[in-house]
Design a protein around this ligand. Structure first.
Ligand code: DGL
Length: 275
């Protein structure tokens, strides 16, 4: 059998599955490998050095599994590790490989979603502290003012499957109140963590109706489709036999049970050994 050259999708845990779901819908023909670093999630409160070390290790695992292209379906990894991987690590490792993130595709289209030009960001502490959204959005839309709130409790609630229970409401309302207190003019909010779409219904319940909530999956999928059209040399290196493989650095049985919630169908994953 000819070796596969899948698109690799990486996240610190389950969150990237919300992006993978849309990528798979837009581009069903390609082979894919998803890797979740559930053994070390959450990344959100970790230092730049640690997020880079963990992310680069997982990206190399995906390269070793045959992926020429890896999508960091994680805002925290995109904010804290992507630039170093692209500029420092890849040239010395294999200059033909590519790693792409989720912050730029989201930033470059945000102008379509706001009339007031005040945009809110819900993200992990790491993404907020990196100021990546402020910097990226400024490049495309200098007239937009960005207001950020870190939501450190949301990923643990989701990873522990507590996000639909009543206890989650307290933390949903708390972070929404914090964000809206920063500006009464916000009319669009980016869920800038790939886990947060799982909280979408509760977030909508506590937000005024006129505020649009932007979920990244479709945006990232559209951007990848566009990237592959603009880079036929990469497209030619990818295999397209429609296979999907899932790996977790933690317990696969646990991963399979929860991954179903994110994807809406069951999967069988394997264990990826961090060594
Ligand atoms: N899903 C990740 C993101 O998009 C973060 C989760 C974590 O804190 O590890 O930022």
């Amino acid at each position: 059998m000819a070796p596969l050259h899948p698109i690799g999708i990486f996240d610190s845990g389950y969150g990237g599955l919300t992006v993978f779901k849309e990528i798979e819908r837009f581009l069903p023909g390609y082979d894919y490998i998803y890797l979740g670093d559930n053994a070390r999630v959450p990344y959100g409160n970790r230092s730049f050095e640690t997020v880079h070390e963990f992310t680069w290790q997982c990206v190399r695992m995906l390269f070793d599994m045959g992926c020429p292209l890896v999508i960091l379906a994680c805002n925290t990894a995109s904010a804290k590790a992507l630039r170093t991987i692209q500029q420092r690590d890849l040239p010395g490792y294999d200059a033909q490989k590519r790693v792409l993130g989720v912050i730029r595709p989201t930033s470059e289209i945000i102008g379509q979603y706001t009339e007031s030009r005040h945009v809110g960001i819900f993200a992990t502490r790491g993404t907020v502290v990196s100021e990546s959204y402020v910097i990226e959005i400024e490049k495309f839309f200098p007239d937009i003012k960005v207001h950020q709130v870190a939501c450190p409790m949301w990923v643990p609630l989701i990873e522990n499957n507590e996000h639909l229970n009543n206890g989650a409401d307290y933390f949903v309302k708390k972070y929404i109140d914090e964000l809206l207190s920063l500006s009464p003019d916000i009319d669009a909010i980016i869920l800038a963590c790939t886990h947060y779409p799982l909280l979408l219904d509760k977030i909508r319940d506590y937000l005024p109706n006129h505020i649009r909530v932007i979920v990244q999956g479709e945006i990232v999928a559209g951007s990848l489709q566009d990237y592959l059209q603009r880079h036929p040399e990469m497209n030619a290196r990818l295999t397209d036999t429609g296979t999907r493989k899932f790996y977790t650095t933690d317990d696969p049985v646990d991963f399979d049970a929860k991954a179903g919630l994110f994807l809406g169908h069951s999967i069988v994953s394997g264990h990826a050994d961090l060594g």
